[in-house]
Design a protein around this ligand. Structure first.
Ligand code: IPD
Ligand code: CA
Ligand code: CA
Length: 259
């Protein structure tokens, strides 16, 4: 499984890289960007998965769900062909291809490939996680001071307020944030209301280094609530539980978005 995910991520990432120059883009109904590359890369990934695992369900950001007629199927692949379309279109390196596999609410396997940085992360449940083939160490507790990095969104925060004493850094891609929280480069990643395709691939890696995904009140994320393409309603923390706990008191989530 790891090998299949790794090969698929590389093929998809290389395709995305080959298309980046002069690719056509437009705005979606939610005003976010999408390019021809996002659609082609998603098709490439889905064809590979369908060829190898024809009975599994798939959900992707651009083309939605296939096999809606097979609701009873337990295994679901979630695909974000390019997470970080904005950096992708603006010549920045912080975007990635994400693939994750869910079975009955648990992450079975997944990974993220950052083609511009040539960083490939892949994990399978119980088998550990690798970064460019090398085993990743488990996360350790971290002290939070004025230099500690929190990976968090940059855009105007209408849904929450956080009083964080360290350095908030934003790279324009939720999966990049989660994956670098899994390497221990930051104390955690704060992700604002993701879809399952934004998080399932990097979460497979996060689990294998001892971390998880947490609501701001401390509840663990139940992935089945996002399995049909629902948007998570609240921001989430990704990281070691012990580290995330230090951040829970710092965030205030608004019951209704602020203008
Ligand atoms: C977006 C990026 C962004 C996050 C958005 C996502 P996309 O994904 O991850 O950092 O703030 O919520 O939708 O559109 O580039 O795949
Ligand atoms: Ca995304
Ligand atoms: Ca995307």
């Amino acid at each position: 499984m790891r090998e299949f995910i790794e090969e698929t991520l590389r093929e998809a990432g290389d395709l995305a890289l080959s298309l980046v120059n002069g690719v056509r883009s437009e705005r979606k109904s939610d005003r976010s960007l999408v390019s021809e590359a996002d659609r082609q890369v998603e098709t490439c990934i889905k064809e590979r998965i369908a060829g190898r695992f024809p009975d599994d369900r798939m959900i992707g950001e651009e083309h939605g769900a296939a096999r809606e007629d097979h609701e009873q199927v337990q295994r679901l692949w979630a695909i974000d062909p390019i997470d970080g379309t904005n950096p992708y279109l603006n010549g920045l390196p912080s975007w990635g291809v994400c693939i994750g596999l869910l079975e009955g609410g648990d992450v079975l396997a997944g990974g993220v490939y950052l083609p511009k940085l040539d960083e490939l992360f892949v994990a399978a449940r119980g088998e550990g996680a690798t970064r460019n083939g090398a085993p990743m160490p488990r996360l350790a507790p971290m002290a939070v001071d004025n230099q500690t990095v929190l990976l968090s969104p940059a855009s105007r925060k209408r849904f929450y307020k956080i009083e964080y004493p360290g350095k908030s850094m934003a790279f324009g891609s939720a999966s990049v944030h989660v994956i670098y929280a899994a390497t221990g480069s930051g104390v955690a990643a704060l992700v604002d209301r993701p879809y399952i395709w934004d998080i399932l691939g990097p979460l497979a890696v996060m689990h294998e280094v001892g971390g998880g995904a947490w609501h701001t009140d401390g509840r663990p994320l139940d992935l089945t609530t996002l399995a049909h393409g629902e948007k998570e309603e609240r921001p989430l923390f990704f990281g070691l539980r012990e580290n995330a706990e230090k951040l829970f008191p710092m965030i205030e989530v608004y019951p209704r978005p602020k203008n």
